[in-house]
Ligand binder design. Structure first.
Ligand code: ADP
Ligand code: ADP
Ligand code: ZN
Length: 213
């Protein structure tokens, strides 16, 4: 099963993608996580990506596509995957589609997690991310058991640099201009499914399970 998660920054794509990955036994592939891991490890890729990410801008398509195609070519992606944060532009979607077509394959579901902009700003200021394993929490909605500490690995939780309000506004503008057109792209392919992302994360997941079967 090959799944694409769509939705604004902070809509809950990562939260849902992790649950889907666990339930269906497929890898969760997040381009944002791959970039953040490279930043943490001080790689050349990380240095380049950081200059865009800090401003809330998109990393250029060419670089992003190369990273993503390398990742999905790995053995563990053979039986499918859930893509979180990719594609984010029409050119990215077209390259992915062309690569899959070459393999006689296609995306099975594009799940659009729908959350209005006004909810997003509030959500992002409460997001906390683990510096070590990338797990995400929300100080009100999905709190860790112990404040400031990751449930999964015990490392520190931080507010991401790009989750500050001004940067979030820029990311939302870019989302509407560059990423939202993917809703039409996947509608035309007949695989788009929209879920209400404003409800509790367990309820969102229940709606997704109905779709995926
Ligand atoms: P969120 O989950 O809040 O939307 P991500 O972790 O997916 O954030 O992405 C963080 C940042 O990483 C983006 O703002 C962008 O700079 C970069 N990024 C991640 N995925 C892509 C992509 N597919 N294309 C371009 N830039 C990306
Ligand atoms: P995305 O990957 O789309 O950027 P995340 O999954 O990181 O979004 O979620 C953004 C923030 O909102 C996180 O702090 C997360 O814990 C929280 N969150 C996720 N789903 C919900 C939900 N259904 N209701 C309230 N908060 C949520
Ligand atoms: Zn952790």
């Amino acid at each position: 099963m090959k799944i694409v998660m769509l939705g604004a920054p902070g809509a809950g794509k990562g939260t849902q993608a992790k649950m889907i990955a666990e339930q269906y036994g497929i890898p969760h592939v997040s381009t944002g996580d791959i970039f953040r891991m490279n930043i943490k490890n001080g790689t050349e890729l990380g240095k380049e990506a950081k200059t865009y990410m800090d401003k809330g801008e998109l990393v250029p398509d060419e670089l992003t596509v190369r990273i993503l195609l390398d990742r999905v070519a790995q053995e563990d992606c053979k039986n499918g995957y859930v893509l979180d944060g990719f594609p984010r532009t029409i050119p990215q979607a077209e390259v992915l589609d062309a690569e899959l077509t070459k393999l006689g394959d296609a995306i099975d579901y594009a799940i659009n997690v729908d959350v209005p902009d006004e909810n997003i700003i509030r959500r992002m200021s409460g997001r906390r991310a683990c510096v070590s394993c990338g797990a995400t929490y929300h100080i009100v909605h999905i709190p860790p058991k112990k404040e400031g500490i990751c449930d999964k690995c015990g490392a520190e939780l931080i507010l991401r640099d790009d989750d500050k309000e001004e940067t979030v506004k820029n990311r939302l503008n870019i989302y509407h201009a560059q990423t939202q057109p993917l809703i039409d792209f996947y509608t035309n392919k007949g695989v788009l499914k929209t879920v209400d992302g404003t409800v509790d994360s367990a309820e969102v997941f229940a709606a997704i399970k109905v779709i995926l079967g």
